[in-house]
Design a protein around this ligand. Structure first.
Ligand SMILES: *Cc1c(COP(=O)(O)O)cnc(C)c1O
Length: 357
């Protein structure tokens, strides 16, 4: 930290993204990207004609994309907010809805960005442990009187809470925003989007980064009561009105137009996930039941650190935290069946080598 930085950031610990090493070609199963390319329609939309228009600012209202998303999700355009990746929405929400009196609550084991935003804005946070089986106990959040942030399915566990449980949290916190982060909803979970018509305190956050193969384009969206959307727009217009570039807007519109392609891909990924779960259990791994495009797994005989390090040496990247309660778990992104076969082969090798030692 230079002497110029405000001391209010002295204690801030920034988010650490998953590693992106360039020293060799890895089978990359560590940041939950889609293994499939964007749809042909998206490739066509990012055309030379679009590039030629980069001298012009993009539409700051994102009108066309909002209307397409509204039609897809059965809401109105005024219920849709667009942003530069869904991380941006989470950032805006902590900025807009929390302060020294308005705290936040989120699970202890969940997306690593929540505590970073809470720290950034000096938000008093209640960090709530998961149950023994790694599930979220919705009762912990009922009547909590703070902004609630829950990833559903949760990351890195992949486990889901039910709509009925989400409703209980919403009903018992009428004066607080409840954020349901649905980054992984398209891989088999049940979305709570329809509940925005019943609860004006619900903010559903989704992203084009995972199921829509556009992590590199940076596009996220939220669906909520129009009042919440207006608040988020106010923050956006107070920071960066042009936060989504032209090419990403064009790509996003084409992605919504080719929704079927992504539904198919999500189905394939879910099938590969089920196959991977079975296979890893056969290799004596404990694997949580996942509804996401990753699995959270631990070997019953080899430490998480060794699994992570040995896989990396063999050219396969997975995510490892080595934190209390999950020290032996690794999170493995579901790739193509071919990529998973490489993973299985390398794991077989590691198991044999560890036995040999
Ligand atoms: C990946 C992820 C996000 C953010 O993704 P963006 O690329 O910023 O849209 C948000 N929440 C969770 C739980 C995620 O895993």
């Amino acid at each position: 930290m230079s002497r110029f930085m405000s001391p209010r950031f002295a204690g801030l610990e920034a988010y650490t993204p998953g590693e992106q090493p360039r020293d060799q070609v890895y089978v990359k199963l560590n940041t939950n990207e889609s293994p499939y390319a964007p749809s042909p329609e998206v490739l066509a939309a990012v055309s030379q004609a679009e590039v030629e228009k980069l001298n012009l600012y993009p539409d700051p209202t994102g009108k066309v994309l909002k209307e397409k998303l509204a039609a897809l999700y059965g809401v109105e355009a005024k219920n849709v907010f667009l942003s530069n990746g869904s991380d941006d929405i989470l950032n805006f929400a902590f900025m807009a809805f929390c302060d020294s009196e308005r705290g936040a609550a989120y699970p202890e084991i969940s997306y690593g960005f929540y505590p970073v935003y809470a720290d950034l804005y000096h938000v008093d946070s209640k960090v709530i442990p998961l149950k023994e089986d790694f599930s979220v106990d919705y009762r912990d959040y009922c009547g909590i009187g703070r902004m609630v942030v829950i990833a559903n399915p949760n990351a890195p566990t992949g486990m889901e809470i039910s709509l009925a449980e989400i409703e209980e949290i919403l009903k018992s916190n009428p004066d607080n925003i409840v954020i349901i982060d649905e980054a992984y909803i398209d891989f088999g979970g049940t979305s709570c989007v329809d509940l925005i018509k019943k609860y004006d305190n619900l903010l559903v956050v989704q992203t084009f980064s995972k199921s829509r193969s556009m992590a590199g384009a940076r596009l996220g969206f939220a669906i909520a009561d129009a009042g919440i959307i207006e608040d988020l727009e106010k923050i956006k217009y107070s920071t960066n009105p042009y936060n989504i570039n032209r090419l990403t807007l064009a790509a996003g519109e084409a992605a919504v137009d080719s929704n079927e392609y992504y539904v198919e891909n999500a189905k394939k990924i879910a099938e590969t996930r089920e196959m991977t779960t079975v296979r890893l259990r056969e290799m004596d791994f404990t694997v949580l039941d996942s509804k996401a495009n990753f699995i959270f797994a631990k070997s019953n005989s080899i430490s998480g650190k060794v699994i992570y390090e040995e896989l990396k040496k063999k050219g396969v990247l997975v995510r490892f935290w080595g934190k209390a309660k999950i020290e032996d778990f690794v999170r493995i992104t579901i790739g193509t069946p071919e990529q998973m076969n490489v993973l299985f082969d390398k794991l077989e090798e590691i198991i044999a080598e560890q036995k040999g030692d």
